[in-house]
Ligand binder design. Sequence first.
Ligand code: CAA
Ligand code: FAD
Length: 384
Amino acid sequence: TELIGLDFNLSEEHEAVQQAARDFAQTELLPGVIERDNAQKFDPELLRKMGEMGFMGMMVPVEYGGGGMDTISYAIAVEEISKIDASASVIMSVNNSLVCYGLEKFGTEEQKQKYLPPLASGQMIGAFCLSEPEAGSDATSQQTLAEDCGDYYLLNGTKNWITNGNSSSVCLVIAQTNPEKRHKGINCLIVEKGLPGFSVGRKEDKMGIRASDTHSLMFSDVKVPKENRIGDDGFGFKFAMSTLNGGRIGIAAQALGIAAGAFEMALKYSQERKSFGKVIFEHQAIQFKLADMATRIEAARMLVYKAARLKDENKDYAKAAAMAKLYASDVAMWATTEAVQIHGGYGYVKEYHVERLMRDAKITQIYEGTSEIQKLVIARELLK
Ligand code: CAA
Ligand code: FAD
C-alpha cells in the first residue's frame, strides 16, 4: 500500500473552502434546484457566479487565472455543492478535472495561455468528448476520425453523451488518426464551437442530473489546426486515461456529496417526523439505517481524500481514484435509497429533495467509467 501522511484534520484553508462552498450551495443553488431539475435547464447566471467564486478552475495555477488549490480542496467543494445540486457539480467537475486539468498537465504554453484563464473564470465552459455511440466502456474503439492533412486535422464522426455539450465553447475531442496503431494512433484535439461542420445534437432527456446538458456532437469535415493537438502524435488515448484518473476523483466526490446530502436531510427529518408517539429517530430500525449511512459515507470520504492526497503528492493514484469512485457511487445509490425510505411517502415527492438525489446518484455508477470498468482498472493495478 502507498504510504501517505495520516492527518484526519482539515487545514484552515480546507475549512474555508468547505464553508464557502456550503454557503454558496445553500444561498444560491438550493432556491431553484427543483425548478431547474424540472425544466432541465441550468441558469447561466449561476454558472457566472460559480466562476466568480472560483469554483470553475480551482486547481488551475494562479498564473493562469485559477485558484491554485489542491485536489482535496476541490473534492471538498464538489462534495458540498453535490449535497444540494449534482447538476451544478457535474458541470464543475468536467470543467475542473477533465478540461482544465488535462490542459494544464499536458497542454503547450500557448494552449494554456489561450484557454485556461477563460475556462477557470467560467467565461468559457469546457467539454470532454471521449464516448461515442459504439464506444463507451470500450473506449479504444474510436470511430471518430482525425485525418492528418498536413497543417490541420480533418475531423469526422459523432460523440455521444457529452456533458456541457451545448453550453461549452471549447471541447477536448478524442479521435483516431492511425487506426492501424489502435489506441496508440489516437489524438486529442482542442475544438472550438463555431468551426464549420461542427454541430450539436438534441439534448438527452435524463433520469437525473437533469439540469446539466448532455448532447451528442457531430463533426463533418471540421478543419482543426495542428497546433490544437494536445501532446505528441498518438498521445490522445493516454491523455484521456490519465485525465480520467483525476476526473474519477471529482465524480467520487460528487457521489460522496449526493450521499452526504441525503443523509443530512434524513437525519434532520428523522428528528421531526413522529410515528407511534415518538420521533422516528427513536425507532431503532431508523437509527441503524442512519448509523450505517454515516459509517459508509465516512469510509467513502476517506477513499476520496486518499486519492486526492496521492494526486497532490504526485504519486500513482489510478487505483485509489477507481476505488473511491467505485465505493462512493455505490454508497450514493444505497444511501439515497435509504434516505427516501426514512422520509416515507414524503421522500417520494420532489419537494423533499431526496428523490432527486436518488435519481442523481445513479449516474455516478455509470459515467467516467462504469463500476464494472472501475473494477477492471483496480484488478489490473493489483497485478502491477
Ligand atoms: N491510467 C493510465 N493509463 C491507463 C489507464 C489508467 N487508468 N487505463 C488504461 N490505461 C492505458 C494502458 O496502460 C494502455 O496503455 P499502454 O498500451 O501504453 O500500456 C492503454 O491505456 C490501453 O489500455 P488497455 O490495454 O488496458 O485497454 P483496454 O481496451 O483493455 O481497457 C479501459 C481500457 C480501461 C477499459 C478504458 O477503455 C476505459 O477506461 N474505459 C472507460 C471509459 C471511460 O471512463 N469513459 C468516460 C468518458 S468521460 C465521462 O464520462 C465524463 C462524464 O460523464 C462527466
Ligand atoms: P457500455 O460500454 O455499452 O456498457 C454497457 C454495460 O456493459 C455496462 O454495465 C458496462 O459496465 C458493461 N460492460 C462493458 N464492458 C464490460 C467489460 N469489459 N466487463 C464488464 N462489464 C462491461 N462521455 C464522455 O466522453 N464525456 C462526457 O461528458 C460524458 N458525460 C455523460 C453524461 C451522462 C449523463 C451519461 C449517461 C454518460 C456520459 N458519458 C460521457 C458517457 C459515459 O462515460 C458512458 O456512458 C460510459 O462510459 C459507459 O459507456 P456505454 O454507455 O457505451 O455503456
